[in-house]
Design a protein around this ligand. Structure first.
Ligand code: PLP
Length: 411
């Protein structure tokens, strides 16, 4: 029983700013998966948004060193000079971008950087253009800040990427931000320079619109595709770009909670007002570890990427062999976004009917004990997202079970 259950309905009322923000479908699936596990079922979860590697040893060593050197006090709000210098060098090395130290800040995860940015810039009713499928948190973060997400559904035919006509139609006098996330969670889509150019050209004519680039999957990009951030693709827009990035995905550091932002100094200053009144600076130990991750050996990036690539190839091939499912090979991140349109309307051996992608995901969890996330959670249906940051044996077992469960559906 939740510890607030004793309260009468009229004793607790949520603030308006979160009144239409519910528990996400991802959490609901997680709860059902946990329930089945408690019943002894062999549940495989392909829902995780984190690499299955360990944080590299040299990064852990930097954290021990920081502790032993008593770097255990508050740091400057925007981060130690050492982490900001490491970020500055990373932006030059990986993105060919020059940022001054006062144009860089750190937060407790990329998520906090996004939160700070929206809270610091959005007035009630301001719009943020969000290409879908999107990472679910964007919508809630924008709403909490009082903004209005303008969702642009991107089609599989266009590689789940926004095209210029869609951007033009979405722009309005109230547009504050456009949010790009490449490689994308959940589709794995990667915007090439050629994809960005016509979109950024349009934005050159809209001087009040800012560009937020969530580059968190930057280093998980496969052969044939190349990562670029909008500020590098169109330097004339650099003064309106906020780069959001972090160490969670690239260096298997999700638990360290360290993200960073780079953008114009005034924006960074405004964001630190929010941070100063919420969490203050992130953990001093995490900052030391992240500085090492960004400036030490980068070997893990390649080994992890190659390992993800093998798993991507395996699962995409397997999904395409299952009648009723299809999936193009995503260019980045560690997710596949699987089309399940052909399965809609089929009957389950449990007596139900698959009307939506959510229903299919519930069926796969109850019948095959495999947890995947429906496209409805990401704004484009009927699809489901699979995270392949799981072991080879888990992926094989999951695919075997999904194939068996789907073969039991009746037309
Ligand atoms: N952005 C995207 C697209 C993500 O998928 C995630 C995590 O899943 C984040 C940001 C948050 O990253 P962090 O762990 O640095 O807060």
């Amino acid at each position: 029983m939740p510890d607030t259950a004793y309260l009468q309905d009229d004793q607790f009322k949520r603030a308006d700013r979160i009144s239409d923000i519910g528990v996400s479908e991802i959490l609901e699936i997680g709860a059902r998966a946990q329930e089945l596990r408690m019943q002894g079922q062999p549940v495989i979860t392909l829902g995780a948004g984190e690499p299955d590697f360990n944080t590299p040893n040299h990064v852990k060593a930097a954290a021990y060193e920081a502790i032993n050197a008593n770097q255990t006090k508050y740091t400057p709000l925007v981060g130690t000079e050492s982490i900001r210098k490491a970020i500055q060098a990373k932006l030059k090395r990986d993105n060919n971008l020059t940022y001054q130290l006062n144009e860089i800040t750190v937060g407790s995860g990329a998520k906090q950087i996004l939160f700070n940015a929206f809270m610091a810039t959005i007035n009630p009713g301001d719009e943020v253009i969000v290409p879908a499928p999107y990472w679910t948190s964007y919508i809630d973060l924008i709403k909490i800040a009082g903004g209005h997400p303008v969702i642009v559904p991107c089609t599989e035919q266009n590689g789940f990427k926004m095209v210029p006509a869609q951007l033009k139609a979405a722009l309005s006098k109230r547009t504050k931000w456009i949010l790009f996330n490449s490689p994308s969670n959940p589709s794995g889509a990667v915007y090439s320079e050629a994809d960005y150019q016509p979109l950024l050209n349009i934005l050159l004519d809209h001087p009040d619109v800012w560009i937020m680039a969530d580059d968190i999957y930057e280093h998980i990009v496969y052969k044939g595709a190349q990562f670029i951030t909008p500020a590098a693709a169109e330097p004339r827009l650099r003064s309106r770009c906020l780069i959001v990035n972090g160490v969670s995905k690239a260096y298997a550091m999700t638990g360290w909670r360290l993200g960073f932002g780079a953008g114009p100094a005034d924006l960074i200053k405004a964001m630190s007002v929010i941070q100063s009144n919420s969490t203050s600076a992130p953990s001093s130990i995490s900052q030391a570890a992240a500085a090492e991750a960004l400036s030490g050996s980068q070997d893990c990036l390649l080994t992890q990427r190659d390992s993800f690539c093998e798993r991507r190839d395996y699962i995409v091939d397997r999904f395409n062999q299952i009648e009723g499912l299809s999936c193009d090979k995503p260019d980045g991140a560690f997710y596949a976004y699987v089309n399940c349109q052909s399965l809609l309307g089929r009957k389950t051996p449990l007596g139900g009917q698959i009307e939506t992608d959510s229903a299919l995901c519930r069926y796969l969890l109850d019948r095959a004990f495999v947890a995947v996330v429906p496209g409805s959670a990401f704004g484009v249906s009927p699809y489901f997202r699979v995270s392949y940051a799981a072991s080879e044996s888990e992926l094989k077992a999951a695919l075997d079970r999904i194939a068996a469960a789907i073969s039991e559906l009746e037309h």
